[in-house]
Write a protein that binds this ligand. Structure first.
Ligand code: SAH
Ligand code: SF4
Ligand code: F3S
Length: 443
């Protein structure tokens, strides 16, 4: 019998990473094992992202490569899932140009994947199953985690915010919250399995609203308190936070919650209030800065990262300078910077005054300079500090070097023995670089 192996290639955000862990868990239960070389596996899954246009191009490039694999080994099962598969125009293009693809499924029916691959095997027919929106949340699916000592835990699915540039509400559907009792049960199991750090995931965790069978409601800060109570869990993180829903109650958690890490990812997207309005972000730059102030009051050493878009339709040079100004004031530890990319079906697709590519690139370069400078300054200021670091594994930067993350989510390399993997150790920072830190074990 041919070997039963699988390989999952994952694009996009932590939602997709988490979904891939579920797919890997289901396949492992079915007796498949993971094959590190994609083109050797008997099942190849591509978990796609559609947040920016260049992701589409990369995806069709990948399909071109898989065509050759399929020609050589026709028994290989090629399966496509993730956010791109929630878009009909993409499915149509796949069906016409790549008719040999075996299975297509969406973000709302991952739990049906075992059924779909059984159906292809039995019926020898391609299977396409994409639900337009999520129904009931399916609990209790298996998971094969990427890391032993840290785990992602979904708390909400979907998004209701409809930022005008963003495809996610269309691909992931309306926001739904898991029950707090289900989340806590999952985290207890993870803790029993040796997990020390959990990252609670949602497109906007701040609007989490769990409802129990008895009708009682749990909001996000309540949930953080419940997670704090789980023995064995030592660190809690979450992402992503929308500034419009960052409540004083949540900010207070940074003061009170003993396990909540000192880091927040708080995307601001643009510094101009006019652009923010057209993005439908529902806050002003002043409100954003005042949130940072409150956060730093609650936790003076809190690390702040963000997402920024340049070249949104209609963005003037003056608007863009406001983005730079906000960066100077906010003093970010790091930022993901994006060039605006038109997404089919979003309101901003129809906006006039799309910005020419060369202008977008020129602004992008200036923004990256400001961000890198601020990140380097923040990291340099870490020198001499002693941090608690969860050791994640070997660093790629040399023999005998281990790597971990500080409480503030900064990556740090330090000489140490491999046996420390999974431990939380004290590290003295000896050097701060733009994107990472170096250190040595400290007493
Ligand atoms: N839910 C999260 C992020 C989701 S997408 C949040 O609201 O913060 C991650 C980031 O991709 C966004 O924060 C945004 O900066 C960027 N992004 C989304 N759509 C984009 C587009 N059409 N063009 C460029 N960047 C985009
Ligand atoms: Fe997209 Fe906005 Fe929702 Fe984030 S909050 S996923 S940027 S629509
Ligand atoms: Fe991409 Fe979907 Fe995440 S579009 S960013 S994988 S929610």
């Amino acid at each position: 019998m041919a070997s039963r192996t699988f390989h999952i290639q994952t694009f996009g955000c932590q939602m997709n990473e988490r979904d891939s862990e579920t797919l890997a868990g289901m396949l492992t239960e079915m007796g498949y094992s993971e094959e590190p070389a994609r083109d050797e596996a008997s099942i190849i899954i591509i978990n796609t992202c559609s947040v920016r246009e260049h992701a589409d191009e990369r995806f069709f490039g990948t399909l071109g490569q898989l065509k050759r694999v399929k020609a050589k080994r026709p028994d290989t099962l090629v399966c496509l899932c993730g956010c791109m598969m929630q878009q009909q125009h993409i499915i149509d293009r796949v069906k016409t140009k790549f008719p040999w693809v075996d299975v297509i499924f969406g973000t709302h029916n991952i739990h049906n994947f075992p059924k779909l691959i059984k159906a292809v095997a039995e019926q020898k027919e391609h299977q396409v199953e994409v639900f337009p929106d999520g129904g009931e949340i399916v609990e209790g699916l298996p998971s094969k985690r990427k890391f032993r000592h840290k785990a992602f835990v979904n708390i909400t699915f979907g998004c209701n915010n409809f930022c005008t540039y963003c495809i996610v509400p269309y691909t992931r559907g309306r926001e739904r919250s898991r029950k707090a009792s289900d989340i806590i049960a999952e985290i207890k199991k993870l803790a029993a399995d040796g997990v020390k750090e959990v990252t609670l995931l949602g497109q906007n965790v701040n609007s989490y609203k769990g409802e129990e069978a008895d009708g009682s409601i749990c909001d996000f800060p309540d949930l953080l308190r419940m997670v704090e109570g789980v023995d064995g869990i030592e660190r809690i993180r979450f992402m992503t936070s929308h500034p419009k829903d960052l409540s004083p109650k949540l900010i207070n958690e940074f003061k009170e919650n003993k396990k909540l890490c000192g880091h927040i990812h708080l995307p601001f997207q643009a510094g101009s209030d006019d652009v923010l309005k057209r993005m439908n972000r529902r806050y002003t730059s002043e409100q954003y800065l005042s949130l940072l102030e409150s956060l730093r009051e609650a936790r003076p050493d809190i690390a702040v990262s963000t997402d920024i878009i340049v070249g949104f339709p209609g963005e003037t040079e003056e608007d863009f300078e406001k983005t730079l100004e906000l960066c100077e004031k906010a003093k970010f530890d790091s930022a993901f910077t994006f060039i605006y990319s038109v997404r089919k079906g979003t309101p901003a697709e129809k906006y006039e005054d799309q910005i020419p590519e060369d202008v977008k690139h020129e602004r992008f370069g200036r923004l990256v300079d400001v961000i890198n400078r601020s990140a380097a300054e923040k990291n340099a200021a870490m020198k001499g500090k002693v941090c608690l670091v969860l050791v994640e594994g070997k660093s790629k930067n040399g023999e005998g070097i281990m790597q971990g993350r500080t409480d503030g989510f900064k990556l740090v390399d330090f000489p140490a023995d491999e046996s420390l993997e999974g431990e939380i150790v004290k590290v003295e920072i000896t050097e701060g670089k733009t994107f990472s830190l170096r250190g040595r074990l400290s007493e």
